[in-house]
Write a protein that binds this ligand. Structure first.
Ligand SMILES: [Zn+2]
Length: 454
């Protein structure tokens, strides 16, 4: 039994008055966020100016505290004056905006002091009218409605119908294995959603074959190749929708879009087409996520150890020739899913080092090739004569990483570092793809249209 925090998201079908209330709450959230940001910014600017006049630091205007608690306290003293309409919305709407601001400021502060991983963060920006509408409730009565598993309860907004069954969460709630901590409503790609953050006691079924280990080679041609020889086809949702996408993009091109130089505002017809494009992208993403969930669940249920490559997905996404293919498969998403599901059922996940030459190594004798073009779909070993599908060879090499560790833990071979087989070529290639593999064949040529059909 593990206790985890999980989100359950349901699409909502609010009636017109509920939708107005949802919009109003999200607007209130944005108002409070922008109010707080303006206040903090003015304070910091004031201090900066004073400093430039040479005022000693103890005589500067005192720093405004930006914790969520004190922002809320300050808001409560001024709300009657600056937002006389505040009682129209739940106080949670304002609190959630201020809490978001406190988090944003804390992240910026940590990033500025090198206490935060990742890219440097800038100072928080004001939220515009077209920013994502969202609002979080942490107190008040919210949750599922017993009646028919088709409704959720939200503070001030009331009982809203869901577009899908809430069964999965309802079962946990009925058994007493779930505690709903907060509810966040948001408007995304033309639809309202509620996302419950739930503390769940989960008893995931243990793996069917705890002794079996599997290597997963993520690819572009097929979604994944397993060391068991199974090939999981790439469903190519994006390619299937490409025709409709192109049609909509032509439609958008005929309409008046925004232009920064002439300050042209986009027409409402252009916006309508953009909304259709967004919806189509959402549909593709949903279909893709569904496939990945099915694969990751199956991997975790059927094996005791899973080996995946540590692909530099962010790096590959920066390469414009690879970005579409990588995003189209959701490599990073699959890894994320495998990792959390494995943790639930006690399955081990091993990540092979980014420089591990999984494709270039012979899974039969262990010889590493100096070069292997991506166009060579079959692996021919010159040392032992092995002939094998390229991706299957890579998957077997990955699986061998844990098998070797399990059989002789003291042999000195660390995971991620096959002994005696250092990569013979520099692992970087010119394109900056950190896979240790050569770039894609035909790179630089026309890649639109049926790029994945290679
Ligand atoms: Zn060989």
């Amino acid at each position: 039994m593990t206790v985890t925090i999980q989100a359950y998201r349901f699409a909502l079908g609010p009636n017109p008055s509920q939708e107005a209330a949802l919009r109003s709450h999200c607007g209130a959230q944005r108002f409070a966020y922008n109010w707080g940001l303006n206040r903090i910014r003015a304070n910091l600017d004031q201090r900066r100016v004073e400093k430039s006049y040479g005022i000693p630091s103890e005589k500067l205007t005192p720093l405004v505290n930006w914790s969520a608690y004190s922002l809320r306290k300050d808001w409560n003293t001024v709300k009657a004056e600056i937002a006389p309409w505040w009682p129209e919305n739940s106080k949670e709407a304002y609190a959630s905006g201020l809490a978001n601001l406190a988090t944003a400021l804390a992240n910026w502060d940590a990033s500025r002091n090198n206490k935060r991983k990742g890219r440097p963060l800038g100072f928080p920006r004001f939220k515009g009218k077209r920013s994502v509408l969202s609002c979080r409730f942490t107190t008040g009565s919210f949750g599922l409605v017993d009646r028919d598993r088709r409704h959720v309860k939200l503070p001030r907004i009331g009982t809203v119908r869901t577009l899908e069954s809430t069964r999965k969460l309802a079962r946990h709630v009925d058994r007493g294995t779930a505690r709903i901590r907060s509810a966040t409503v948001s408007f995304r790609s033309g639809r309202w959603f509620v996302s419950f953050s739930v503390e769940i006691q989960r008893a995931a079924p243990p793996s069917a074959r705890p002794d079996s280990s599997v290597g997963v080679d993520l690819g572009v041609k097929s979604l994944a190749v397993l060391s068991t020889g199974e090939v999981i086809a790439n469903p190519k949702h994006l390619e299937a929708a490409q025709r409709e996408l192109r049609r909509l993009q032509r439609q958008a091109a005929r309409r008046i879009g925004p232009d920064k130089r002439t300050k042209q505002k986009p027409s409402s017809r252009w916006r309508k087409t953009q909304a259709r494009i967004t919806r189509l992208h959402t549909r593709i993403a949903n279909a893709r996520r569904d496939g990945l969930h099915k694969l990751s669940t199956r991997l975790v249920r059927e094996h005791g150890a899973i080996v995946i490559e540590d692909l530099n997905v962010a790096g590959m996404m920066r390469n414009r020739r690879l970005a579409r293919h990588v995003a189209g498969i959701g490599m990073a998403e699959l890894r994320r899913q495998v990792e959390y599901k494995a943790a639930w059922s006690g399955v081990k996940v091993h990540t092979a080092d980014r420089w591990f030459p999984s494709s270039k190594t012979c899974s039969g004798c262990g010889v590493v090739k100096a070069k292997l073009r991506l166009s060579e779909r079959t692996y021919h070993c010159h040392a032992c004569g092995l002939v094998l599908d390229r991706d299957l060879n890579a998957a077997r090499n990955l699986a061998a990483l844990v098998e070797r560790e399990a059989s002789s833990p003291s042999c000195g071979a660390r995971l991620n570092e096959p002994d005696g087989n250092p990569p013979k070529t520099a692992p970087w290639d010119a394109a900056g793809i950190a896979t240790g593999r050569p770039g894609p064949s035909g790179a630089g040529q026309r890649q639109h249209g049926n790029a994945l059909a290679r």
